[in-house]
Ligand binder design. Structure first.
Ligand SMILES: [Zn+2]
Length: 603
C-alpha cells in the first residue's frame, strides 16, 4: 500500500461511495443493503463506516473501497485507485500505484483526438451530407450532446490528422482507426506500419462515439451514408476489438444512462444508436443499446450492478424478435425481472417516438407485458397449439425459459399460466418443468457455501474489544490465553490473529488478507452484527468474560465427571477421592460465581 492509497482511503466515505452503486439503509455499525454480487431478496450486505469495509454474509464478498470498485467494475487495483481518486476529485500522482497502464492511456488519447476530428468534420463544409441525413432523421439537435461526427469520404483525412498530431502509426493501427493498404500487404505486423501505407477505417460515415462507463471514448460506430447496391459496404461498421474495446462488454450510452437506471430502478434495452438517442432525448434517460451485437452476459452483468429490472424494446422485425428471445434467456440467467414492449404499428422506438411523441412512449412503457406472456404469444403463433404435437413443440420451446426463472413461486405461477394458455394439464407441465430444471441444474457449477457455525455472543464481544480497545488489547489477550477462555471456540485462532494484526488498525484488507474465509466471516459478524450499533461497555466485556469462564468451568466439570467414572470403574480409590474433591471445589466456585452474577444483575 502506497502512501497515496492510504490517504485516499482515509478521505473516502465508504458508505457514500458504495451507496452510489447499492441502495443502502442505516443498520448495524454502518449500512445495510442488497448485495450487488449475488442475487438476494433480504439484505445481507453490510458496510462498516468506521472501519471502512464491506462484508456480505450471503456470498462472503468483502473488502475496502478499492476492492469494491475492482469487483463491481471489474478493474485492476491501479484502475480502482484511479477511479476512486477521480470520484473524490483527488489528482492521481504521475508516479506510483495510481498510474494507469501507459498503453491504455495512449489509446484513450488517440480516441479522444479522433472524436474531436470527426466532430469538427461534421460541422465543416464536407459534413453537409451527414448533416442533411441527420436533419432528415430529425436528429440534428442530438449531434452536439452525443458528440456525433462525420468521417470524410476522401479516406485519409483522419490518418493525416493523426500523423500531424504526432501519434505513432502503430498506435493508430492498433486502435482500429486506420488500416493497412491492401497492396502494402495486410499481413504485416502493426510495428511495420508507417503513415504512407495507412488509410482511414471509417469513410463517408456518420460516427457515433462509444464510451466506457466513465464516458471516455474507446471505440466508434459508423453508419454508411451512401447506399451500396452491391451490399459489400456494411450499413454499420464498428471499431475492431482493441486494447480498449471489446464489443461484447460495452453497452452504448451506459455512461449517460447510469444515474437514471439507478434512480428509476430499471433499464430500457433497445437495439440501435438512433433508438437509444431518441428514447434518451424523449426524457427516458435510463436507456442503453447493444448496437448490432447480440446482448452478451458481460453486458448484462454491467447493467445488473445498477438494477435487475429491464424493459426490452427491440425492433419488431424477425431479427429483433429473435434477439429479444435470446436476451430474455440471458437476462433470466442473471436473475433479472423483465417486461417486453411491443410498439403499436410495428414501429421501432426511434420512429414511434418521432410519430407519436414522448408521452405515447411513456404509455407504451407502462403497458409493457410480462416477458412470459410475450413468449407464449409468440409460441402460439409459431406452433399449432390446437394439435397435440403443436402443444408439445410450444412447451419445449418455452420450458427452457421457465426453468431459468430463479424464484420458485414465480416459476410455478408462470407454469400454471402457461398450462392454461396452451390447454395442457398442469400436472404434466410441472413434471416437464421439474425435469428441465434438473437438467439445467446439472449443467451449473455447484455453489458451495462454507458452513459457518454461529458464534457465541460472548465471543463477539471479546473480538470487538480486541479490535476496538487498543489500550486493553495486550492484557485482554493475555487473560484469554491464561484462562484458556476461547479454547475450542470458532474465535480462538481469530482472537490471536487480531492481536497479531494490532487490532486491524491498518485496515480490514491488510489484516484479513491471509485469513481463512471462516475467520473473516466471524470477524465480520463480530464487527457488523446488530449489537455493533452501540459502543461496547465495560459491563458487556465483564459479562462476556464471566460467560466464557462459566463455559470453561462447565467443560472442566464434564471432564472431571468422566474421569471420576473412569476411576470408579478401575477401582483406583486415591485418584477417585482426589477427583471428587476437585469437582466439589469447582462446583462451589461455580455456585459462588452464579451468585455474584445474579447479585450483579440485581444491583
Ligand atoms: Zn453477496
Amino acid at each position: 500500500m502506497s502512501e497515496f492509497t492510504n490517504q485516499l482511503k482515509a478521505k473516502a466515505d465508504i458508505g457514500r461511495l458504495i451507496g452510489e452503486f447499492v441502495a443502502l439503509k442505516p443498520g448495524g455499525s454502518g449500512f445495510l443493503g442488497l448485495c450487488p454480487f449475488h442475487g438476494e431478496k433480504s439484505p445481507s450486505f453490510h458496510v462498516h463506516s468506521a472501519r471502512q469495509f464491506y462484508y456480505c454474509f450471503g456470498c462472503h464478498a468483502h473488502g475496502d473501497i478499492f476492492q469494491f470498485y475492482m469487483q463491481i467494475r471489474k478493474l485492476s487495483f491501479p484502475e480502482a485507485v484511479e477511479q476512486v481518486a477521480e470520484r473524490l476529485g483527488v489528482p492521481v500522482p504521475r508516479q506510483g500505484a495510481g498510474e494507469g497502464d501507459p498503453q491504455r492511456q495512449e489509446q484513450l488519447r488517440i480516441h479522444a483526438a479522433a472524436q474531436s476530428y470527426f466532430e469538427r468534420r461534421l460541422a465543416a463544409a464536407e459534413g453537409a451530407s451527414a448533416r442533411a441525413y441527420l436533419a432528415e432523421r430529425e436528429m440534428a439537435s442530438a449531434a452536439e450532446r452525443f458528440h456525433l461526427g462525420y468521417a470524410p469520404e476522401a479516406g485519409r483525412g483522419l490518418t493525416l490528422h493523426l500523423q500531424a498530431e504526432g501519434y505513432a502509426p502503430e498506435l493508430a493501427l492498433r486502435a482500429g482507426l486506420c488500416q493497412l493498404r491492401r497492396e502494402s500487404g495486410g499481413e504485416r505486423p502493426p510495428e511495420a506500419a508507417d503513415w504512407t501505407n495507412l488509410y482511414d477505417r471509417f469513410r463517408h460515415r456518420l460516427i457515433f462515439p462509444i464510451a466506457d462507463d466513465r464516458g471516455r471514448v474507446i471505440a466508434f460506430g459508423g453508419r454508411a451514408l451512401a447506399h451500396d447496391p452491391s451490399g459489400k459496404t456494411p450499413k454499420y461498421l464498428n471499431s475492431p476489438e482493441s486494447p480498449l474495446y471489446s464489443k461484447g462488454r460495452v453497452l452504448y450510452n451506459l455512461d449517460r444512462a447510469r444515474e437514471a437506471i439507478r434512480q428509476l430502478g430499471y433499464v430500457i434495452l433497445v437495439e440501435g444508436y438512433f433508438d437509444c438517442i431518441r428514447v434518451f432525448l424523449a426524457g427516458f434517460e435510463n436507456v442503453v443499446a447493444s448496437c448490432g451485437t447480440a446482448l452478451t452476459a458481460a453486458q448484462i452483468a454491467q447493467v445488473g450492478r445498477l438494477s435487475k429490472k429491464a424493459v426490452i424494446n427491440f425492433d419488431p422485425d424477425t431479427a429483433g424478435a429473435a434477439a429479444a428471445e435470446r436476451s430474455i434467456g440471458l437476462l433470466l440467467e442473471e436473475g433479472f425481472q423483465m417486461r417486453v414492449v411491443v410498439l403499436e404499428g410495428g414501429l421501432d422506438p426511434d420512429l414511434f417516438v418521432r410519430r407519436q411523441g414522448a408521452a405515447a412512449y411513456g404509455e407504451a412503457l407502462k403497458g409493457s407485458r410480462s416477458f412470459f406472456d410475450y413468449l407464449a404469444e409468440r409460441a402460439r403463433k409459431q406452433f399449432d397449439v390446437r394439435r397435440g404435437e403443436g402443444k408439445v413443440a410450444a412447451l419445449n420451446h418455452l420450458l427452457p425459459y421457465l426453468s431459468r426463472v430463479h424464484d420458485p413461486i414465480l416459476r410455478q405461477n408462470l407454469a400454471e399460466n402457461l398450462a392454461v394458455q396452451l390447454g395442457v394439464e398442469t400436472g404434466l407441465l410441472s413434471q416437464e418443468l421439474a425435469r428441465a430444471a434438473r437438467e439445467r441444474r446439472a449443467q451449473l457449477p455447484t455453489q458451495t457455501t462454507a458452513a459457518t457455525p454461529e458464534m457465541l455472543y460472548a465471543e463477539r464481544v471479546i473480538l470487538r474489544a480486541l479490535a476496538e480497545w487498543a489500550g486493553r488489547r495486550a492484557s485482554l489477550g493475555e487473560l484469554l490465553e491464561q484462562e484458556e477462555l476461547l479454547q475450542g471456540l470458532p474465535s480462538e485462532g481469530l482472537a490471536r490473529g487480531l492481536q497479531a494484526a494490532g487490532g486491524g488498525e491498518a485496515g480490514w484488507e491488510e489484516m484479513t488478507a491471509g485469513w481463512a474465509a471462516a475467520d473473516r466471516h466471524w470477524l465480520a459478524q463480530a464487527l457488523l452484527a446488530p449489537q455493533g450499533e452501540a459502543d461496547l461497555t465495560e459491563a458487556e466485556l465483564a459479562g462476556a468474560l464471566a460467560a466464557l469462564r462459566e463455559r470453561r468451568a462447565g467443560r472442566t466439570a464434564r471432564e472431571l465427571q468422566t474421569r471420576i467414572q473412569q476411576a470408579a470403574a478401575s477401582g483406583d480409590r486415591a485418584a477417585l477421592e482426589a477427583l471428587v474433591r476437585q469437582k466439589a471445589a469447582l462446583d462451589a466456585r461455580r455456585r459462588e460465581g452464579a451468585g455474584e452474577r445474579s447479585q450483579g444483575a440485581h444491583a
